[in-house]
Design a protein around this ligand. Structure first.
Ligand SMILES: [Zn+2]
Length: 176
């Protein structure tokens, strides 16, 4: 393991990600989530995505350079600062990071070893209160600002104003 003692931002992300085959986003904030998604797309690298909030978790493997969709296809822009509760405010069930984190590691190893069916084009929803898994089909969104037909995001963005906002998308976006 090679620790990197640097902030991930619009100036460092491409250089930090460049040597690696897969990007795994285990962070818990919107600025890093969008930064990782966009940098992975520009570098044409797969991104293993996981998010957690309260009793719920999400999992996907975005490979947007191959036209299979990205995080922005689902959630084009971060929610306005302060519009959603942070994990610190709303909490995360203690074992949830272990569940979603293990599945992210599982997907990453599967991808690297070319085993089984990857989570590409699929979006997994885990609802811990009911102990259920649901899977949505993820298609490339033609209107996606990053990987769509007329992209408007053509460089990395530092969403500094979103610092301290949570890792989960707003509830109204969940039905996408
Ligand atoms: Zn997209």
């Amino acid at each position: 393991m090679v620790p990197i003692n640097e902030h991930l931002n619009s100036e460092t992300a491409m250089r930090i990600f460049a040597p690696y085959d897969v990007i795994v986003d285990g962070t818990d904030n919107f600025p890093t989530r969008y930064l990782a998604n966009d940098a992975a797309h520009f570098l044409a690298k797969p991104l293993v995505h996981g998010s957690i909030f309260r009793f719920e978790g999400r999992l996907a493997l975005f490979d947007s350079a191959k036209g299979t969709g990205c995080y922005r296809c689902l959630f084009p822009e971060p929610p306005p600062p302060g519009s959603v509760q942070s994990c610190a405010e709303a909490g995360v069930f203690g074992v949830l990071p272990g569940i979603i984190g293990s599945m992210m590691a599982f997907e990453t190893i599967k991808y690297l070893l070319d085993i089984g069916r990857p989570m590409i084009g699929r979006y997994l929803l885990f609802e811990g209160e009911d102990m259920t898994f649901r899977e949505l089909k993820l298609r490339q969104n033609k209107a996606c600002p990053l990987c769509g037909e007329n992209p408007t995001v053509d460089s990395l963005i530092d969403y500094e104003a979103w610092c301290g906002t949570p890792a989960m998308e707003p509830s109204e976006a969940r039905a996408s």
